[in-house]
Structure formats: structure tokens, C-alpha cells
Write a protein that binds this ligand. Structure first.
Ligand code: NDP
Ligand code: 8X3
Length: 253
């Protein structure tokens, strides 16, 4: 049987990497995109060695509209029937009260989390419509369901992901293309290291004194959504560490 194809954005680390490997384990070939080619190539090698999955590595910044449209339109016929798209690439930058917000950080978050997700989706959706099937999973956040102190613009971008997920589902279900969203709480990945611009000590403290989620927890939730039969769509799923009952509240020992 031919293997299905999943495109995972931001596949070189964290949740994206865990999704890619779990999908490979479950019989998918992979399109792996992100800006750091060497990280993607490591995932490609692991997916091949452990699960005999083939991968196509795309060094791609989701903010680059022309590049996103170009690489998608130039996909070889063997890679054009994309069964699953996981819009995972995203980031937080900074954790400042609104009046101190860094405008460059705001631009990067808006360009990546909202516009990047839109560019990739807009490029891939016609291929799914042509195939008459497809499933898009948007990685939102608890920050897209609630707000927390100093989360301001990151929360706004993830609220946009939530609204877009619902809008995309409304518009695309007629083809039928499924759209789901997963909204995780705190997951220890490169997320906080990126948020604090490489300050690993500050990032480590975010996860101190409680059991955070790991990337594989989120990947398993996403796999549950992807593996439902054609007539079932999991619209959204919020997944939190038990010690984090809501955004911004963590019970630490
Ligand atoms: P990571 O930093 O480990 O992963 C983020 C991935 O996104 C990286 O692989 C990065 O790759 C990629 N990426 C970032 N910017 C771009 C860009 N402009 N173009 C292409 N790829 C990009 O963190 P996570 O795994 O935690 O984050 C994955 C998603 O999960 C994000 O959308 C995040 O907002 C969301 N999330 C994370 C939570 C957490 O607590 N960790 C909780 C809730 C949601 P590269 O740098 O090579 O491009
Ligand atoms: C990240 C979730 O709660 O760490 O999207 O901000 S949280």
C-alpha cells in the first residue's frame, strides 16, 4: 500500500519533530519544512532508519510568501497529494507588559503565527481540494483560548489561529477537507529558549517545580485527531499539564 503524505511545518524540533516521527511510525511519508536544514535532515534520517519513511526536506521560512507559493507549486507529482498538513511552525518572542512591547517581536510573531500559517494553508488547500480529501491540523495554544499577564501579542496571534481554524473548517468542509486545532499548555521544547532569545536558564525556570507536557504528549493528541475515520472530525482539543489548570496558573512544588 502506498504511504500517505504529511507536511509538518517547523518539523526540526519540539512538537513538529515529535509529530513527524509519530506519523512516520504510523506509515506516512513526510514533507519536513523549517529554516534550519540540518535539524530537518536529522528528522529525515531518523524517520528513515526507524520507520523506513521517505522525506522531502524544504528549507522554508513560512513568512516568505513568494517562497511558500513557489516551493508548493513546484512540488514533484509524487509529493503533491498531501493528506495531512500540520501547521506547527510558530513562536513567542518576549514576555513584556504591553507598554514595553518590542515592535520587532510583535511583527515576527504576527508574521509567523498568523501570516505564515495562512500562506502555507492557502498553498496546500487547492491540492487537497483537487484530491477531494485532506486534513489540516493547526497548532494553536491555550494562549489562543485565554490570555495571561504579558502574553498580549502572542495570545492575540493564537486567538487568530483559533478563529482561522474555525473559519477554515466552515469553508473547507464541503470539499471535504477536515480542519482541526490543538491547543496545548506548557510544553518543554525550544519554545521558551526562543521566547527569551537564547537565555536557557530563564527558559529552564518556566518548567521548574511541575511536570510539564512533552512534545510527544501533543503529538499523540494530534495523531488521535488524524487517525479518526473519514466521517469523524475532532474540531479542537485542549491539552494541558495537570498542574496548569489554565493559562498563567501553574501549581509548583
Ligand atoms: P520549538 O521552538 O521547538 O519549535 C518551533 C518550530 O517552528 C521550530 O522547529 C522552528 O524551526 C519553526 N519555525 C519558527 N519560525 C519559523 C519560520 N519563520 N519559518 C519556518 N519555521 C519556523 O517550539 P514548539 O515545538 O513548542 O512550538 C511548536 C508550536 O507549538 C508553535 O506554534 C508554538 O506556538 C506552539 N505551542 C507551543 C507550546 C509550548 O509550551 N511549547 C504550547 C502551545 C503551543 P526553525 O527555527 O528551524 O525554522
Ligand atoms: C505556549 C503556552 O502557556 O506557555 O503557547 O504560554 S504557554
Amino acid at each position: 500500500m502506498t504511504r500517505k503524505i504529511a507536511w509538518v511545518t517547523g518539523a526540526g524540533s519540539g512538537i513538529g519533530k515529535a509529530c513527524a516521527l509519530l506519523l512516520a511510525k504510523n506509515g506516512f511519508n513526510l514533507i519536513l519544512s523549517g529554516r534550519r536544514r540540518h535539524m530537518l535532515e536529522q528528522v529525515m534520517a531518523q524517520a528513515k532508519a526507524e520507520y523506513d519513511a521517505d522525506s522531502l526536506v524544504l528549507e522554508l521560512d513560512v513568512r516568505n510568501r513568494e517562497q511558500v507559493l513557489k516551493v508548493t507549486s513546484e512540488l514533484d507529482s509524487a509529493w503533491r497529494k498531501i493528506d495531512v498538513l500540520i501547521n506547527n511552525a510558530g513562536l513567542a518572542m518576549g514576555l513584556s507588559s504591553f507598554e514595553n512591547g518590542d515592535l520587532d517581536h510583535w511583527d515576527i510573531m504576527i508574521d509567523t503565527n498568523i501570516k505564515g500559517l495562512l500562506y502555507v494553508s492557502r498553498a496546500v488547500v487547492p491540492l487537497m481540494i483537487e484530491a477531494g480529501t485532506g486534513h489540516i491540523v493547526n497548532v494553536g495554544s491555550i494562549a489562543g483560548k485565554e490570555i495571561y499577564a504579558n502574553g498580549n501579542v502572542y495570545c492575540a496571534t493564537k486567538h487568530a489561529v483559533d478563529a482561522l481554524s474555525r473559519s477554515m473548517r466552515l469553508d473547507l468542509s464541503k470539499f471535504p477537507v477536515k480542519v482541526s486545532a490543538v491547543h496545548p499548555g506548557a510544553v518543554e521544547t525550544e519554545f521558551s529558549i526562543v521566547r527569551f532569545e537564547g537565555d536557557k536558564e530563564k527558559a529552564r525556570k518556566v518548567y521548574e517545580g511541575f511536570e510539564n507536557l512533552v512534545a510527544e504528549d501533543v503529538a499523540e493528541a494530534i495523531w488521535f485527531m488524524i487517525s479518526r475515520p473519514p466521517h469523524v472530525n475532532i474540531n479542537e482539543l485542549t491539552i494541558m499539564p495537570t498542574a496548569q489548570p489554565m493559562a498563567g496558573v501553574i501549581h509548583r512544588k
